[in-house]
Design a protein around this ligand. Sequence first.
Ligand SMILES: [Zn+2]
Length: 551
Amino acid sequence: MPAEPNRSLEPAMTNTTATTTEPSRQVRRARARAAARTAARITPADESRCLTQTILDAAAATAAAAAQAATLAKAQLAEAEVQAWLKDMDARLQVIFAHPEQNLGEIEEQLARSVKEPLRLLAQRAAQVKANAVLCQCPECHGALSEQRWLSRTLHSRFGPLTIWRRYGFCPRCAEWHFPADYALGLGRKAPASPYVQEISALLVSKMPAEQAVLVAERLGLDLSRCGLHQEAHRQGLKAQQWRSQFVGQLDTWERIQQFARSAAEGPPVEPFTLVIEIDAWDIRERDDWGKTKELREQGKQPERWHWVYMATVFRLDHRGQTAGNRAVITQRGYAATRLGVEALSGQLYREALARGLGQAHLVLVIADGALWIWNLAQDRFPHARQQLDLFHAEEHLWAVARDLYGKGTPQAQAWIGPLLQQIRDDQTVAVIATLAELKPRLLQAQQKKIQTEIEYFEHNAHRMKYKEVLEARKACEEGKATEEQKRLAHRPVGSGAIESACRQYQCRFKRTGQFWTTAGDEALMCLETLWRNGRWHELYPHARSLAALN
Ligand SMILES: [Zn+2]
């Protein structure tokens, strides 16, 4: 009996032929199956029996695999597997020895490849043993799960793909299906990455663009796609943001702050120290409507926009030292970075400052350029802090006037500015303002306006311009005549170089040529970067705990 023509294929074909005359792969396969049925004279009844048997066989194989996995109680290699591995390793080494031009690099490479499969098997079995030991109960309410079954999942791991069987069930109280072993193994709900792959994806993509990260990952022995790497890093970024909200929220009430301060004060007494906080902002290029550039431009809209990223750094002055080459280094410091606004920065910075000794510091020093939002933040969060205008910004404002009056780099500009720079360094801001005010009536109207702006800048910041004490202390140190107090003072910064260099470092990743971010994308990755810099990486990746000592 000739087989029925497969009518269900017709609509699919008309769909695919809209763009191409070639039938799709599925259609070609279905046709081949139909032709094979006709040739073998298989009736629909035969076929259905055959299909039933195939399904039953597959179910039996699955049940057998699950049962075998469920009984695994020890992670080890079979003797034959060990022998196969040793043989493989020996063969690889023999090849290297036969090639005198190959060096230790080849030995490292080949041995790493050779050991990958036995490690993969061991990791798979160890994870299975771990999964088997997990009680099948709800991870949220700890109630027993009903309708328990087994299901396997395949993961990307450090050693390649791992297949693990886990028991799962339904929690009637939470009305949800749960895989308790997934929680115990640290796996994402719908993501195939093992915790190590999660970490490496997060680390690489927060340090470099995904297309570079995928190549670096490959050299590290990880077989990941660009898209997979990027998606995993984004997922990790969201996880980091969630962690950060909890961290900031831990101290969101006055009682909790008091409790935290008391616990911090219970430790051994500390030498008096100064806590330095520096704040700044830079802008990032963002866009949302991907793929609609032409459409938006036609409507007279720009697809991209600039958006502020607010940043701060906090460190103890006694954690700042110098390298042998006289370069300033800060051994321990905290960062806060966000594009979610000043309020978000304020919360993150305050929490970071508390963690770095805000409650114990005998002086808190906030250093920044003249931006008003910074001083408002400082007044709000650190009302007892000493505010200091970055010396170089103050000088730059005078240079702008000098250039405007006498031209860039002229001897007249140099002669005019010399005494004023000295006055700033001598805390005589009032004299600087007087000089500018005297100058004003003799200028053209446009220049008068500019001068007035500068006068207001110095008037608003005069109380933040105290540099003399520190600069004199530095001079005394150079001359070897410094008192103990001056030796301490000499280390105090007069500029906001620490935050400016931090901004530049973030920009190396987040502000590359031709780079655009989505709002969600930049905040998530920036959060990862900050977590890494703050030495809290192990909070997301407990297996990386030893790294905590690095910051
Ligand atoms: Zn539950």
